[in-house]
Design a protein around this ligand. Structure first.
Ligand SMILES: [Zn+2]
Length: 67
């Protein structure tokens, strides 16, 4: 949308357009980051967060003793 006022023209941009342009990639990056964080936590103890890599899935957590 542009309005001509004499020799100069003013450009009007609704504020929600730059907001949307910034929010969409931010939201997508945030979602990808959350997914990566969840995947990282997959091999960790759900109770204490201890890295269970190399342990049997049925083995108790050596850190907190819970399954
Ligand atoms: Zn644990």
């Amino acid at each position: 949308m542009s309005v001509r006022t004499g020799s100069s023209s003013l450009l009007f941009i609704p504020l929600w357009i730059p907001l949307l342009l910034a929010a969409v990639p931010t939201g997508l990056l945030w979602r990808a980051d959350r997914r990566a964080a969840r995947r990282e936590h997959a091999g960790h103890c759900p109770h204490c967060g201890y890295d269970r890599t190399g342990l049997a899935t049925t083995a108790k957590c050596p850190e907190c003793g819970r399954g």
